[in-house]
Design a protein around this ligand. Structure first.
Ligand code: UT7
Length: 325
């Protein structure tokens, strides 16, 4: 089995910013409520002519540049998203065309906020076994398109963005372990009921607002904390490491209070937690992807550091990855 590592990272954040003050004019909320309950101050919103594949392709170009690879050198493209350009074809094939990555095979995965971690874990298998040499994994979302801007319980939480990683064979450092989990008995806690085969789009589904995110926030909160903590421990165990060995935690950024509770539960003593929730809010699969890219770009992660990626989302799904930098 080959050792697999990250060869390059990239990100793209849409220009338009929606602040808490803007939201105060749209629904019955306040900057104070949003900040204290979530840690979010603002989020970015894709332009009308920007689809998820546009965000994804921009992040991918940056990652390819950082890896000093040409698009034609990619063997595999995985896009993790819950906001594909359309139900089919896959957003990954649309991104392939936008990049000119003519030698890649491409598919999407639906693993919500854990999608980037699921995607990297899948790509790692192909590279480790020698089926692929270079793989591109993208977490990209335009959650603003499925956000109910009349629902204060959810509309203050989400944003748009994309992050990408090029993976390939590495010497010495790289992915040490991964842990993935799912629980399909709690799908109703976070889902979008309309637009699929169960509730295809009709005038009634639109009237019933079924094409928007529905979320039971406080119920999810508790499960998020335990699932992220458990996933981290399982991944650390299979890497033969302890919490004290971790230098950086790159968590899913759904809620600052969730992140703090996970860190407290695990009693991280040496680890620093990378946070960007204040600027972007919850961008589902793009959160960990963008946070990892930023932490690396800012020179926070040093060679030899142990980095923990940790996420939880609708499905329910969760996952953790341990990378030696
Ligand atoms: O992405 C991965 C999956 N997602 C998550 O893991 C999200 C997990 N959940 C959360 O982050 C939090 O539960 C939320 C931020 C969604 C909500 O925070 P909370 O502390 O759990 O609040 P709550 O839902 O218990 O609501 C408390 C109160 C309610 O009022 P009453 O019933 O106590 O009078 C809500 O109606 O806050 C009210 N509320 C708001 N007030 C002002 C809900 N949303 C808002 C709002 N502005 N935007």
């Amino acid at each position: 089995m080959k050792k697999v590592g990250i060869l390059g990272l990239g990100k793209y954040i849409p220009e338009k910013i929606l602040t808490n003050a803007d939201l105060e004019k749209m629904v019955d909320t306040s900057d104070e409520w949003i900040t204290t309950r979530t840690g979010i101050k603002e989020r970015h919103i894709a332009a009308q002519n920007e689809a998820t594949s546009d965000l994804a392709a921009k992040a991918a170009k940056e990652a390819l540049k950082a890896a000093s690879l040409k698009a034609a050198e990619l063997d595999l493209i995985i896009v993790a998203t819950v906001t594909p350009d359309m139900p089919f074809p896959s957003t990954a094939t649309i991104v392939q065309a936008k990049l000119g990555a003519k030698n890649a095979f491409c598919f999407d995965i639906s693993a919500a906020c854990a999608g980037y971690i699921y995607g990297i874990t899948i790509a790692q298998q192909f590279i480790a076994r020698g089926t692929c040499k270079n793989a591109l994994v993208i977490g990209a979302e335009t959650l603003s398109r499925i956000t109910d801007w009349q629902d204060r319980n959810t509309c203050v939480l989400f944003g748009d963005g994309a992050g990408a990683a090029v993976l390939g064979e590495s010497k010495g450092q790289g992915i040490l372990s991964a842990y993935l989990g799912s629980d399909g008995t709690k799908t109703a806690l976070l889902h979008m009921p309309g637009g699929g085969s169960l509730n295809p789009a009709t005038a009634q589904t639109v009237k019933d607002r079924l094409h928007y995110i529905k979320m039971e926030g406080s119920e999810l909160f508790k499960i998020a904390v335990t699932s992220m903590a458990d996933a981290a421990l399982m991944a650390l165990k299979s890497a033969g490491l302890k919490c004290a060995d971790v230098n950086w935690i790159i968590p899913h950024q759904a809620n600052l209070r969730i992140i703090n509770a996970v860190a407290k539960r695990l009693g991280f003593v040496n680890a620093q937690v990378y946070l960007n929730i204040e600027k972007y809010g919850n961008m589902s699969s793009a959160c960990v992807a963008i946070a990892l890219c930023e932490a690396a770009e800012q020179g926070k992660i040093k060679k030899g550091d142990i980095v923990l990626l940790d996420a939880f989302g609708g499905g329910l799904v969760w996952g953790a990855l341990i990378i030696k930098w």
